[in-house]
Design a protein around this ligand. Structure first.
Ligand code: AMP
Length: 412
């Protein structure tokens, strides 16, 4: 199957070919024709499936010959949970629209609002935005929605997890009733379905990755260890396995900083990425990681979300996540597209319960390993698979309203 056979215009097909893609991914093959037809879409797809091109390409196709946006107006709006994801989506828009006369802009919190107001002044075809900053711009009359034709919610599950539900509802109320709605989410929980009810019309439902199932190509190991020996063990594993590119997850921002410093001091060039880092520092850390200037990126869950670092060879959970589903998201970053990945978790006695929850969600007991010299004194009990059905989670209480111009919590 080719991109041209999906009904995309030649200008767009050429941009895709120049990017080096020859075959549409499964999500693209299903979503592109439906979106070109003008249908609403609900798609269950994680980062790494090609979902971004799945909505950007057909959106460009629809906008290519339409009326141009008036001053401050927007024709298509893409909402994302984090600045990083917004920047990545905008980068995709730029690349895929290189042969078109299509204006786009990207707006998010944590940086000056003035250049964003200027960018919107002439009107844009596609605006990529995080919810808080968008509402800020709206309240200052910098953005208008009367010409809006398409709304995309990207990583909708993350937006709900991060407490954006009220912002999203407020934004939806500002948009014309007649519009196309595209909802992308890694999972379709009851909360997402509830949100979708008030948003999409008779949608085409697409699913490409079963929820809560880890990729078979990912090998998973647990190293039981004492807390005091965790950071030495981490160093040892990275060196012993000769890992050249590894994403390490830390539960706290402070822990991420400390770990990145320790690893660097031990000869493993590292950087930390989390919500207290400036946008510039985060962008640099990610670029250095991608270009192999640094070997280790230490991230908090929220900062890592939506990062376009697919096909990583190694992911290490320095701390286990508190929410078992986050484990699935974390290790979903390795072993994509046929490559094998390795996901390692360092587990202390204190974290045993979290490990049990994870093993229950992924429905497997993870193989354990021990490196001589790191045998735990505080025993982590052997796991047995708990096959009781998992109760649906209660809806989370939304967070208190955040400072609009910063939206720091949304970024870990
Ligand atoms: P996404 O799921 O949108 O984050 O995309 C994951 C990665 O796959 C990105 O690096 C894209 O540039 C890449 N990609 C998207 N579509 C294709 C395709 N049809 N063939 C090969 N790579 C692709």
């Amino acid at each position: 199957m080719s991109f041209a056979s999906l009904g995309l215009s030649q200008n767009i097909v050429n941009a895709v070919i120049e990017k080096g893609y020859d075959t549409p991914s499964p999500i693209q093959a299903q979503a592109i024709p439906a979106i070109i037809e003008g249908k609403d879409v609900m798609a269950a797809a994680q980062t790494g499936t090609g979902k971004t091109a799945g909505f950007v390409l057909p959106m460009l196709h629809r906008l290519e010959h339409g009326a141009k946006p008036k001053s401050n107006h927007v024709k298509a709006l893409v909402l994302t949970p984090t600045r990083e994801l917004a920047a990545q989506v905008a980068e995709n828009v730029l690349q895929y629209s290189k042969n078109l006369n299509c204006k786009h802009a990207v707006v998010f919190g944590g940086v000056s609002i003035n250049p964003q107001m200027l960018a919107l002044r002439k009107g844009v075809d596609i605006l990529v935005a995080t919810p808080g900053r968008l509402l800020d711009l709206y309240s200052q009359n910098a953005v208008k929605f009367e010409q809006l034709e398409v709304l995309v919610l990207d990583e909708a599950d993350r937006m709900l997890d991060m407490g954006f539900i009220h912002d999203i509802k407020r934004i939806i109320k500002l948009l014309p009733k007649e519009r196309q709605n595209l909802l992308f989410s890694a999972t379709f929980s009851d909360d997402i379905r509830q949100l979708a009810k008030g948003m999409v019309n008779n949608p085409v439902e697409i699913s490409v990755a079963p929820a809560n199932k880890t990729a078979d190509a990912v090998e998973q190991w647990v190293y039981p260890v004492d807390k005091s020996k965790k950071s030495n063990l981490l160093t040892q594993i990275i060196k012993q396995q000769d890992m050249q590119q590894v994403l390490v997850f830390s539960r706290t921002k402070h822990g991420a900083n400390r770990l990145a410093k320790q690893l660097t001091a031990r000869g493993l060039m590292s950087a930390a990425i989390h919500g207290n880092k400036s946008q510039g520092a985060r962008t640099k850390a990610l670029a250095d990681f991608k270009s192999s200037k640094i070997r280790v990126l230490v991230a908090t869950d929220i900062a890592a979300r939506g990062l376009d670092i697919s096909q990583l060879p190694n992911v290490i959970n320095y701390d286990l996540p508190h929410v078992a589903e986050d484990y699935v998201h974390r290790i979903g970053r390795t072993g994509r597209a046929g490559a094998t990945g390795l996901a390692i978790s360092l587990v202390t006695q204190e974290e045993y319960k979290l490990l049990k929850d994870i093993e229950r969600v992924i429905r497997q007991v993870i193989e354990r390993k021990i490196i001589p010299g790191f045998e735990p004194q505080e025993v982590v009990p052997e796991s047995k698979l708990d096959s009781r059905p998992i109760k649906p989670k209660k809806a989370k209480k939304p967070r208190s309203p955040q400072s609009r111009s910063q939206a720091p919590r949304a970024n870990g």
